[in-house]
Design a binder for this molecule. Structure first.
Ligand SMILES: [Zn+2]
Length: 553
C-alpha cells in the first residue's frame, strides 16, 4: 500500500511538472499597450483603412476578444489603467476615480498625488502609486524574478504611466511640457538616456508642425462635415483640417502649445519614440528574462474629448495610431523577432457620443449635458425637508466628485441623523430627477448589487474611505462635466466600458473570441503566460480559451 502511494505521488508530480517543461519559451518582452479612450467599436468602424501590420496584425494574428467590458462604473483614466495592471477594480485597488474627496484634508486627492515625493526636472507636486492599495502583474513579475525582470511604464499622462507600472516598477515616465519626467518615488535623478532624450528638444521641435488628414477628405465624410459647432477648437487647434500645432500663440511656445501637442498625433509619436529608447537603453528583453514595457497612448483621449468620436479628427488619430503601431511593431520585430514578444492591446475606457451630434439627427432624443448643481441642490433640499435646515452658514453637502455625494457629517451629527439614514433619503430623492438612472446609499451598494447591474458596477468602484455617502449615475447619453463642447466618459454604459482586449505572441492562440471577457482578465492571463504569481487581488479570469494547451489552467 505504502509503495502504491509513493508511486502515485511520483506519477502526480511528473504529471504536474510535464506541462511546465513543455512550455514554449518565455517571451523576452511583454508590451502592454493601452490606447487612452479607445472603444472596441473603432476597430470595426475604421478597419477598412488600416494597414496590414498595425491593428491589422493584431486583428488577424492575435486572440481578439470582441466583447470585453470594464465592469466598473467610474470609467476614467486612473481607474481604467489600474484595472489593466491589477486585474481588479477600485473596490480592491483603491483607484476609485481620477480624484476623490479627501475628508480629512477637506480637498480633492488626485489619484497619483504624493506629497512625500517630487517631480524630477520640473516643478510640481510629486506623483507615485501610493494610493494604489494592491499589487500589479508587473509587481509580481519583479518579485517572482527576484527583481531581475525590469518594468518600465511610459505615457503622456502621469496617472496612466504610474498606475500601469505598479508599485515596484523600475521607472514610470510621462510628459511634462518640454520633457519626459518621473518622480523621486522611483529614483533621485533622471537616467542618462532620459536626459539625453530630453536634451534633443524633440518635444519643442513639434512647434509649428502641421496636422493634415492622412487620407483624402471624402474618406472621412461618412461621419459628416469636418466643421461642427460642438467641437472644441481651443488650444489654437481650430475645428478644421489642416492645422498647425502651435498653441494659442503662433509666434512662440507657450503652455497651450504642450496641450495642443498632446491633442494631436505628435503626442503618441513622442511616447512611442521614447518607448523605443527605453527598450534600447534599459536593455528590455535583452537579458535572458521576461521584462515588461507598459505604454499608454494619451493623445487619442485628448482628441476624443475635444472633437468627439464621430469627428474627422478622431478618425485621423485612429488611422495614424494604426501606422504608428505598425512602425513600433516593426521595431520590435527587428529587435527581438515578434515571436519573442507578447503584445497586448487594450484601453482604459471608451467615450460617449457628443449629445448635440445625436440631437442634430433627432432633437427629441434625451441626449444632453447635465448640470451637477441640480443633483447637489436636490440632495440638500431632501435633507432639509426630512431633518430641518442645517445650522446657519453650513450646507448638507460638503463635496461632489464624479458621481459621489459627500455629506457634511458634522451637520448630520448636529441633527443626530446617521449617515446611512441621510444617504437613503437622498438616494430616494435624487432618483426622482429626470436625468438620473439610479442612486444608492453607499451602505446599500453591496446588497443592491445582486439585483441591479448599475449597483453592481458602482460597488466595484467603491471603497468606504474614499467614496461619498451616495453614489449615482445619469441616464445614457447624459453627462456632467463636459463643458459646452466636446464629450467625455466616466459612465456605466457600454459605450464607456466596451474596449479592445487583444493578445498576440508566444502561448496565445489566435482567433475571435466572443465570450465574456474584460481588461481585468489581462493581468492574470499575463501571469500565467510569464510564469509569475497572479496579481494579489485579481478578480478577472485567466483567458484560457486563447492559451496554447500547455498554459491552460
Ligand atoms: Zn483615459
Amino acid at each position: 500500500m505504502r509503495r502504491f502511494v509513493l508511486i502515485l505521488i511520483a506519477v502526480t508530480i511528473a504529471a504536474l511538472a510535464a506541462p511546465l517543461d513543455s512550455r514554449a519559451e518565455q517571451p523576452k518582452l511583454i508590451v502592454l499597450i493601452s490606447i487612452d479612450q479607445f472603444p472596441q467599436e473603432y476597430l470595426q468602424r475604421f478597419r477598412r483603412h488600416f494597414v496590414d501590420d498595425g491593428f491589422g496584425r493584431l486583428l488577424t494574428s492575435g486572440a481578439v476578444f470582441t466583447n470585453a467590458t470594464l465592469n466598473h462604473a467610474i470609467t476614467l483614466t486612473g481607474p481604467g489603467h489600474a484595472v489593466l495592471s491589477t486585474g481588479t477594480y477600485g473596490h480592491r485597488n483603491g483607484i476609485v476615480g481620477n480624484a476623490w474627496y479627501d475628508r480629512a484634508a477637506k480637498r480633492n486627492m488626485y489619484c497619483v498625488e504624493d506629497a512625500q515625493t517630487r517631480l524630477i526636472g520640473v516643478p510640481g507636486t510629486g506623483r507615485s502609486p501610493a494610493n494604489l492599495t494592491t499589487g500589479t502583474f508587473g509587481d509580481q513579475l519583479r518579485i517572482g524574478g527576484s527583481f531581475q525582470p525590469r518594468v518600465v511604464s511610459i505615457s503622456g499622462k502621469d496617472r496612466a504611466a504610474i498606475l500601469m507600472g505598479g508599485k515596484l516598477a523600475n521607472g514610470a515616465y510621462w510628459m511634462e511640457d518640454s520633457i519626459f519626467t518621473t518622480s523621486t518615488y522611483y529614483m533621485e535623478q533622471l537616467p542618462e538616456w532620459v536626459r539625453a532624450f530630453n536634451a534633443t528638444g524633440k518635444i519643442n521641435a513639434v512647434f509649428g508642425q502641421e496636422w493634415e488628414r492622412l487620407l483624402p477628405e471624402e474618406e472621412y465624410s461618412f461621419l459628416g462635415g469636418d466643421d461642427q459647432p460642438f467641437e472644441d477648437g481651443g488650444k489654437g487647434l481650430g475645428r478644421t483640417f489642416p492645422r498647425k500645432i502651435t498653441g494659442t500663440d503662433p509666434s512662440r511656445i507657450t503652455e497651450s502649445f504642450y496641450d495642443a501637442l498632446l491633442t494631436s498625433p505628435y503626442g503618441n509619436e513622442l511616447v512611442l519614440e521614447f518607448a523605443k529608447e527605453a527598450i534600447r537603453a534599459e536593455q528590455l528583453g535583452q537579458r535572458g528574462i521576461t521584462d515588461l514595457l507598459c505604454v499608454s497612448l494619451s493623445s487619442n483621449d485628448y482628441v476624443g474629448h475635444s472633437f468627439g468620436p464621430h469627428s474627422h479628427e478622431v478618425m485621423d488619430m485612429t488611422l495614424r495610431t494604426d501606422r504608428q503601431l505598425a512602425e513600433f511593431f516593426s521595431f520590435l520585430a527587428e529587435m527581438f523577432g515578434l515571436d519573442n514578444c507578447l503584445i497586448v492591446l487594450s484601453s482604459d475606457h471608451g467615450v460617449a457620443p457628443v449629445p448635440e451630434w445625436i440631437r442634430a439627427r433627432n432633437g427629441r432624443v434625451e441626449a444632453k449635458r447635465v448640470e451637477g448643481t441640480a443633483v447637489k441642490e436636490a440632495a440638500g433640499a431632501a435633507l432639509t425637508k426630512a431633518f430641518g435646515a442645517p445650522a446657519k452658514g453650513t450646507g448638507w453637502v460638503e463635496a461632489m466628485s464624479g458621481g459621489n455625494i459627500y455629506f457634511n457629517r458634522e451637520a448630520l451629527q448636529n441633527k443626530k441623523v446617521s449617515t446611512e439614514v441621510a444617504a437613503r433619503v437622498v438616494a430616494t430623492a435624487i432618483a426622482e430627477l429626470p436625468t438620473i438612472a439610479g442612486a444608492y446609499a453607499a451602505a446599500d451598494l453591496r446588497s443592491q448589487a445582486q439585483r441591479s447591474t448599475l449597483a453592481d458596477l458602482l460597488a466595484r468602484a467603491y471603497q468606504p474611505a474614499r467614496n461619498g455617502d451616495v453614489l449615482y449615475a445619469h441616464r445614457a447619453y447624459q453627462f456632467e462635466g463636459g463643458g459646452s463642447t466636446g464629450t467625455t466618459h466616466g459612465s456605466p454604459y457600454a459605450y464607456d466600458r466596451h474596449v479592445p482586449v487583444i493578445l498576440l505572441g508566444p502561448g496565445v492562440r489566435k482567433g475571435l473570441y466572443a465570450g465574456e471577457a474584460s481588461p481585468a482578465d489581462i493581468a492574470p492571463t499575463l501571469s500565467v503566460l510569464s510564469g509569475a504569481e497572479l496579481p494579489p487581488s485579481y478578480e478577472g479570469r485567466v483567458l484560457n480559451e486563447a492559451l496554447e494547451s500547455e498554459y491552460a489552467r
